[in-house]
Design a protein around this ligand. Structure first.
Ligand SMILES: *[C@@H]1O[C@H](CO)[C@@H](O)[C@H](O)[C@H]1NC(C)=O
Ligand SMILES: *[C@@H]1O[C@H](CO)[C@@H](O)[C@H](O)[C@H]1NC(C)=O
Ligand SMILES: *[C@@H]1O[C@H](CO)[C@@H](O)[C@H](O)[C@H]1NC(C)=O
Ligand SMILES: [Ca+2]
Length: 153
């Protein structure tokens, strides 16, 4: 019963969602260059649009890695996903896929590029996410610890 109700509420939201998307179609390809800054999903914290398809490509200065620290994270579990790439946003570079309502652990790139890709489906939004990024010298020993402490997913 619950499943059926949830199905029909999603269908209803689909029709509303189509209207919202056509009204808010936007270019959300972001190219960011160090040394630091803040990233937010569109509409944060009031909810990201359905059919979102946004990328953020962060490039650090030479010899630096990028540390990404989340301040806030809420995506409709399993349906809306933030993929993190260690490098450019290409399949082979996929580091982790984040979804749901748990604040992810900090992520440190192994090279000078770290990318994010947000995809949402046709219905149901949430607050979205906010994260700070910062270039970190790859010579700093402390970074190694952060990387090992991050669970493989
Ligand atoms: C979106 O923005 C990116 C980066 O600024 C740019 O390279 C791209 O051409 C834009 N795409 C569209 C469809 O405007
Ligand atoms: C970047 O770091 C500097 C120095 O720590 C800080 O003053 C500044 O507010 C930061 N900028 C952003 C966008 O986080
Ligand atoms: C996201 O946008 C890219 C570039 O415009 C496109 O190639 C890709 O098919 C889109 N993916 C989804 C899931 O909409
Ligand atoms: Ca959704």
């Amino acid at each position: 019963m619950t499943v059926e109700v949830s199905y029909w509420s999603r269908v209803l939201l689909l029709s509303v969602g189509l209207l919202v998307v056509s009204a808010t179609a936007q270019n959300c390809s972001h190219i960011l260059q160090g040394p630091n800054g803040t990233i937010q999903s569109p509409g944060f914290p009031y909810g990201y649009p359905n059919y979102a398809n946004c990328t953020w490509t962060i490039t650090a200065e030479e010899q630096n890695r990028i540390q990404l620290v989340f301040q806030s994270f809420a995506l409709e579990e399993d349906f809306d996903v933030l993929s993190v790439y260690d490098g450019l946003p290409q399949q082979g570079n996929l580091r982790t896929r984040l979804t749901g309502f748990q604040l992810p652990a900090p992520i440190v790139s192994t090279g000078v590029v770290l990318s994010l890709w947000l995809v949402s489906d046709y219905a149901v939004s949430a607050q979205g996410f906010q994260a700070n990024y910062e270039g970190r010298s790859s010579l700093l020993g402390g970074i190694v610890f952060v990387e090992l402490a991050y669970p493989a997913m």
